[in-house]
Design a protein around this ligand. Structure first.
Ligand SMILES: N[C@@H](CCC(=O)N[C@@H](CS)C(=O)NCC(=O)O)C(=O)O
Length: 220
């Protein structure tokens, strides 16, 4: 009997969007089977085209409904699992959540291109160039505002949700490239995200992945 719910992903070590989609599904308490696509496997591309017109991962298939793009996946999960609290219950907080998730979804291109996600990697002396640093400062500002407004330990309060899933790859990037987080509230936030059992599970699987993708391995 084919699985009724699958989530298609690519590399756990490198694919930040895969992590976002997977973490949302886990935080929503959704039961699903993972379908892993090899990053460089040509048949994977063909398979992807059949699955999601965007050809991008993550892609969720739930009881015959196909949802791609992390923002759409989060909203869909919020509809089918409202009690999981992926989005805040209070309307203004929910608008704030969508705004910062949108910023991560469409922005921070300097940070994302200069510091590619690489859970195995550790580059303590990595030179972060100014535009990427500007992005990092904006992300830290977003976290500070949320933690001050909603009390932590997660961005919108007591439970991790959509916004934490969207920003989790940034937390791993700061660790990979040895970026110092001086602000105690932001440092505590990073520790809280890395301590999530789901993040530990994902990281274990990423570290077990054989392949390295050269173009995602930074040189310095
Ligand atoms: N806007 C999309 C971005 C998804 C995306 O760019 N996924 C990358 C993986 S990190 C992908 O599928 N790339 C296609 C490829 O590498 O061929 C989302 O929010 O899900």
């Amino acid at each position: 009997m084919p699985a009724t719910t699958t989530l298609t992903l690519s590399s756990k070590n490198y694919s930040s969007w895969s992590l976002r989609g997977w973490l949302m599904c886990r935080l929503a308490g959704l039961e699903f089977d993972e379908v892993m696509l090899g990053a460089d496997d040509p048949t994977a591309k063909a398979e992807m085209l059949l699955l999601a017109p965007s050809m991008l991962v993550p892609c969720l298939r739930h009881h015959g409904v196909t949802v791609w793009d992390t923002l759409a996946i989060a909203e869909y999960l919020h509809e089918i699992k409202p009690k999981a609290g992926l989005l805040p219950t209070e309307r203004a907080a929910r608008a704030h959540c969508r705004a910062i998730c949108g910023e991560m979804h469409s922005g921070f291109t300097s940070l994302r291109s200069a510091l590619p996600m690489n859970l195995k990697g550790r580059f303590p002396n990595y030179k972060v160039w100014s535009r990427a640093m500007t992005d990092i400062e904006r992300v830290l500002q977003i976290w500070r505002d949320c933690l001050a407004t909603y009390g932590g330990p997660y961005l919108f309060g007591a439970r991790p949700g959509m916004a934490d899933a969207m920003y989790a790859p940034v937390v791993t990037r700061l660790r990979t490239y040895g970026v110092t987080v001086a602000d105690p509230a932001c440092a505590a936030y990073c520790a809280a995200i890395l301590a999530l059992p789901e993040m530990a599970e994902w990281t274990r699987a990423a570290l077990a992945e054989p392949e390295a993708i050269d173009e995602l391995e930074v040189e310095f």
